[in-house]
Design a protein around this ligand. Sequence first.
Ligand code: FO1
Length: 315
Amino acid sequence: MKIVALAGGIGAGKFLRGMVRVAPPDALTVILNVADDVVVHGLHVSPDPDSVTYWLGDAFDRERGWGRRDETFRATEELRAFGAPDAWFNLGDLDLATHVLRSAMLREGATMSEVVTRVAARFGVGARLMPVTDDRVETRIDAVDARSGDRLDLSFQEYWVRRGAVDPVKGVRFVGVTDSRPAPGVLEAIGDADLVVLPPSNPVVSLGPILAVPGVRAAVGERRPAVVGVSGIVGGAPLAGMADKLMPAVGLEVTAAGAAAAYDGLLGSWVIDQRDRELAGRIEATGVRVIVTDTVMRDDDAAERLSSVVLDATI
Ligand code: FO1
């Protein structure tokens, strides 16, 4: 069986730890969002690929979700003491090594695909990881300064980490996406998949930029009966992150039905939490099969149970 997952960061990493327990790791290809990437102190930081790598490579920090377990932030504290302008972004000391290596590889002409493969190999990740594109695509958040009312044009990390997602959002753009090309193997992997999973990631800024790379949305749509998504919106709120602030800005209701609408024309099946069972009829009216289960992944056992439900949805 060939499985392809489109992945943002933490939600996908958590979910995929369950998937590799129920499917052989070499059956799994993960296509990663790179539009949250940011340059910090001159280093290229790739939060979503790193989060998925650390989760699958057993190096993750479950509390924080991002970065590496058992790391300190002494280098960032030192950068703060210097008054370094990017020190609002916390880079752990072990995570820092990944960014140093990636930046050196990119400077020497490596592609993002090569970097992702190298980092995944270091952590012994059995699944095949690939960025959705080797080109630079950047999520920009059009917002209004919560204090002054001025218009803001922010990178995703400035909006979320630096400013704490307090500024009302007016729109979301993926700069560079129309000229980007899928990375080698991306369209082939989707076309060959027996199951295409959309994990409980943010539909706007995590899976949105993946689907916006030319050819990707159409390739997923062609596999529609084999596409199974999991809602990250439970009881009208995201389990984690800021999807509730971003979904209204792009015309999506903050419910499991609104998240399904982000994948209009793509879903064969949509997995929702039992708390949202009253939404099933509405979603099914759009031609999508709905599966109701416990979607909250408290630990790896819960992620494994959810992955089994997703696998069974294809049979
Ligand atoms: N999230 C935070 O809330 N604060 C941080 O300082 C922070 C640093 C950071 C460093 C490396 C990395 O890979 C991720 C990091 N994140 C941090 C998480 C990141 O902002 C988001 O969770 C993802 O971009 C959303 O997918």
